[in-house]
Design a protein around this ligand. Structure first.
Ligand code: C5P
Length: 473
């Protein structure tokens, strides 16, 4: 049965007001990815504005160990954002009633009745597409004070980071659409149809095309030389007064010329799909400086994902909370380092073919000793974005800390499988004493190394074989 969101939000407000009134300290624990950093920042900013005594920290996953650490830290009340699904009983047992989870990941049914779980699915809101943790934190911040409506801009970045721009032409749907409209009405964001090139506001045109990995264009993605000659042959001016132009400076005619050249270059069975992927709604923050990486919503979200994944979450949180000083240079450097790392990992995975085992419906990739644990999600998304994997399920694994193996699974573009990856990962992990969960189309799991063979067999039976039966029906 679905619950009433307003009641939960007013319960949240009461809990926070009680903390503020009684001078109780609050800790915010959030995930390290873009949705985690934005949701943590939104709620922390709202708490600071409300006069709460609070701190924010990040965690790359949630576990019994994290729950224990909440118990031993000196804070009185705990808000957990973008994490914590499946841990309600454990939280109740260890820290009593002094916690709230704001989240959008799928949760077991038994958590629906726990008041302290404020999760979109409880209210019939699709947490895979229509709202993310940033959106849930935004709703909670609005429950505290409607002056927090300016935080809608950060919630929009959260949704971009979690790839929830799944409506027509990469628009938002459901609650995300409403949040984006609020930001637009407040003049915080411009929403336009445009070419979706990476680094729209910052990258010289050839680099921008070369860095565009969604869609992954074989022959162009990460091949600056090929991009430069393609753009030169399109006839547009690549420089102005000796300076490289960036995609956001192209006029309509020039954009058409670029599109034409790219579609000629692709010309395979996926070209229509891919060209559709290349044009969509852009989200521009007019208050950010021109040519700043914070001006384009998607670039902002990539920077936040990079921060977490290379252990620099603090920089991302500072930027989301409004810091625009020296920290910006750090953000820029993080983005550059992160992109370089991704290129290297993808190159190695492409060259070492023994790491990849493929069927018609699945791609299993062994990233051990190459892909760091924190980057499995990024790399599995990229592999799933490659046109040759269109329609398939991608499962990447790598070594994690303390003798563990981390799995990251994705449904690729146009994958029609009925398999729910969140269920698969959660059930499989539970079976082998690990942790797992996520969404229908993107989920992760972690198990200890000694269970690897059994877990791979489980995936073989429940994903690889099932997928091929699914496909043959
Ligand atoms: O780790 P990865 O990026 O593959 O995870 C995909 C999605 O699944 C993310 O949204 C992540 O937060 C979620 N997840 C989860 N529980 C886990 C592992 C991943 O909810 N144990």
């Amino acid at each position: 049965m679905t619950k009433v969101l307003d009641e939960s939000l007013s319960y949240f407000k009461d809990k926070i007001s009680e903390c503020i009134k009684n001078n109780k300290s609050i800790s915010v624990t959030t995930h390290i990815d873009c949705d985690g950093l934005t949701s943590g920042s939104i709620i922390t900013k709202a708490l600071v504005r409300a006069g709460a005594n609070c701190t924010v920290r990040t965690s790359k996953e949630f576990s019994e160990k994290v729950v224990k650490s909440l118990k031993t830290d000196s804070r009185d009340f705990h808000i957990i954002t973008d994490l914590g699904g499946g841990f309600a009983t454990n939280l109740d047992d260890v820290i009593g009633d002094d916690w709230i989870v704001l989240d959008h990941h799928q949760i077991p049914d038994k958590e629906f009745d726990n008041q302290n779980v404020i999760n979109s699915w409880k209210y019939g809101i699709d947490g895979g597409n229509d709202i993310c943790a940033g959106g849930m934190a935004y709703l909670a911040s609005m429950a505290l004070d409607d002056k927090n409506s300016d935080l809608s801009a950060i919630a929009l970045i959260a949704a971009l980071g979690d790839r929830q721009d799944q409506g027509e032409r990469k628009s938002f749907t459901g609650m995300n659409f409403e949040i984006a409209n609020t930001a637009k009405e407040l003049g915080l964001v411009d929403i336009d149809l445009d070419l979706l090139l990476a680094g729209r506001e910052t990258r010289p045109l050839p680099d921008s095309l070369a860095f565009t990995a969604h869609p992954f264009i074989e022959g162009l993605t990460w091949n600056r030389g090929a991009c430069l000659s393609l753009l030169n042959s399109s006839g547009i001016n690549l420089k102005e007064d000796g300076r490289w132009r960036v995609p956001s400076e192209l006029d309509e005619n020039e954009k058409r010329q670029v599109i034409e050249s790219i579609s000629k270059f692709i010309s395979d069975k996926n070209s229509t799909e891919m060209m559709t992927e290349l044009i969509g709604y852009t989200y521009t923050f007019p208050k950010e400086d021109r040519r700043s990486f914070l001006r384009d919503g998607r670039e902002f979200s990539t920077m936040l994902n990079s921060c977490g994944r290379i252990n620099r979450s603090g920089v991302g949180i500072a930027i989301c909370m409004g810091d625009r000083n020296k920290i910006l240079r750090e953000g820029e450097e993080i983005l550059a380092d992160y992109r370089k790392m991704i290129r290297e990992y993808m190159k190695i995975l492409a060259n070492e073919r023994w790491r990849i085992s493929e069927t018609e419906t699945c791609v299993m990739v062994n990233g051990e000793d190459i892909v760091p644990e924190m980057m499995t999600g990024t790399i599995s998304s990229l592999i799933a974005g490659a046109p040759k994997n269109s329609g398939k399920i991608v499962i990447l694994r790598t070594k994690g800390e303390e003798n563990t193996i981390k799995f990251s699974s994705r449904k690729s573009f146009s994958c029609k499988s009925k398999i729910n990856l969140s269920d698969i990962m959660r059930r499989g992990a539970e079976k082998f004493e690990g942790i797992g969960g996520g969404h229908d189309a993107a989920a992760g799991a972690k198990i200890t190394k000694d269970k690897l063979d059994e877990f791979l067999n489980y995936l073989e039976v429940n994903v690889v074989k099932l997928q091929s039966t699914d496909n043959n029906q």
